[in-house]
Design a protein around this ligand. Structure first.
Ligand SMILES: [Zn+2]
Length: 440
């Protein structure tokens, strides 16, 4: 694909294209400042350092980073709500929070300077995705405590685009506004993009009649197959970006138009990949858990935060000219990883198989049960009418094909159940696809 000069713009070339040597020096200077501030102002960090007999001065270069203990979501819970803040509340101008699936949510804060950094970094990845001041950016993330909508909102304004703060829900109205206001860029979860594509099809609206050009998708893991499907059905370029509220929200990493991994903004974050079992730092290129250290945040510095996201880093040069390392699409949080009959399975692996088979619709659910001591995995997938109403023999052959493909991709058997078109729940935010009925 060829891109125009406008699409290939780099928001902050000085920082995004910095030579590695200079970048390493900048990272270390900023890391030292962050360590000092975190140690002085956050008792949780100070206690962890003390228990190891460590002081910030012991970190003499970037290679000493592994000396610093990890921070986990549990630390944030134990210090709920403001215990991890490194500045007095008077200096905090924004508070966000992430919904905890269990127990208390986690609370994060931003100073005015942090908000400015956040907008800059979102502006970087939006520009990398080809968004300019001429775009009309339709934000269909839910506004509220969740960082997604506000993050993208301020980044798009920073670029000078026209922002429609649509928020989530009410798909018909979303589509009407997209048609009438001529939205050119859409921001939502990839699963909601599919929901909108389905609805347009039902309403007989041709996506080509819209002004949409690009989608900025995030907040949940999604496969390359799903990307292709979204691009084809909506006639747009679908880009991925990465963030998590505990570290910043969106704006940690984002794809350029080459879509070969998300550039991590290394002048603000240091990324490591560890073995999630042993905590050991893995060599470049290895797949493991992403660990992030923020090096410019004032209100809420994060030292070696365990993201639980499984990915790998790619240090090869990117054709766009940005020098920052790229992280591959995440396979999902290690919390999302299912252990079925002792085998590790990510829902995105199942999604990839389903999307490759003609006749499967992009809606599925995984049901896990335990019969006696045996785990069973049932994949319920919507199929098109032709298959659903086909004769039994053909349906059986279709199920056999899916089961065979799943077995070779996962290494564990799954039972496939075909369900009627449009019978699965549609998602307006993050998709909930796993029903685990085992009492583990
Ligand atoms: Zn690039």
């Amino acid at each position: 694909m060829r891109f125009s000069e406008e699409q290939m713009r780099i928001w902050d070339p000085l920082n995004e294209c910095m030579e590695r040597e200079e970048l390493t020096m900048l990272q270390f200077t900023r890391l030292r400042d962050t360590l000092n501030r975190a140690y002085r102002n956050v008792p949780c960090y100070q206690n962890k350092f003390h228990s190891l007999g460590l002081v910030p001065e012991d970190v003499k270069s970037l290679s000493d980073l592994p000396l610093i203990p990890f921070t986990t979501k549990e630390d944030l819970r134990l210090n709920y709500p403001y215990g991890m803040f490194a500045v007095p509340l008077r200096e905090v101008v924004r508070i966000h929070s992430s919904s905890g699936t269990t127990g208390k949510p986690t609370v994060v804060g931003y100073t005015r300077h942090d908000l400015n950094t956040w907008s800059e970094l979102v502006a970087r990845f939006m520009t990398a995705a080809g968004v300019t001041e001429d775009d009309i950016v339709h934000i269909a993330f839910g506004y509220g405590l969740f960082t997604g909508a506000f993050g993208l909102h301020y980044g798009a304004e920073r670029i000078g685009a026209s922002v429609i703060p649509m928020s989530s829900g009410n798909t018909d109205k979303q589509i009407m506004i997209m048609q009438d206001y001529r939205s050119t860029a859409v921001v939502c979860t990839p699963s909601y993009a599919m929901t909108m594509a389905d609805r347009m099809e039902k309403l007989g609206i041709d996506p080509a009649s819209l002004a949409l050009k690009v989608g900025l998708f995030g907040a949940e893991p999604w496969s390359e197959e799903m990307r292709r499907e979204i691009e084809q059905r909506l006639g747009i370029i679908a880009t991925d970006n990465y963030g998590l509220s505990e570290v910043m929200g969106p704006g940690i990493a984002g794809e350029c138009l080459h879509r070969c991994g998300m550039h991590i903004f290394e002048d603000h974050f240091i990324a490591e990949i560890i073995d999630p079992e042993t905590g050991e730092v893995l060599p470049p290129g290895a797949t493991g858990e992403l660990v992030l250290t923020s090096i410019t945040k004032e209100a809420f510095p994060m030292l070696r935060y365990r993201t639980r996201d499984i990915t790998r880093l790619d240090f090869t040069p990117c054709a766009c000219g940005r020098t920052h390392v790229r992280m591959k699409k995440t396979m999902g949080r290690s919390d999302d990883m299912l252990i079925i009959k002792g085998v590790n399975v990510f829902p995105t692996q199942i999604e990839e198989v389903l999307f490759q088979v003609e006749g499967c619709e992009p809606h599925y659910q995984l049901v896990i049960e335990r019969e006696g001591t045996m785990d069973t995995l049932e994949v319920q997938v919507e199929v098109n009418e032709a298959i659903f109403f086909d004769e039994m023999k053909k349906q059986r052959a279709f199920v056999d094909l899916l089961e065979k493909r799943l077995f070779s991709a996962l290494g564990v058997g799954a039972k496939v159940k075909l369900v009627e078109p449009s019978s699965m729940p549609r998602h307006e935010g993050k998709a909930k696809r796993v029903i685990d009925r085992r009492h583990l």
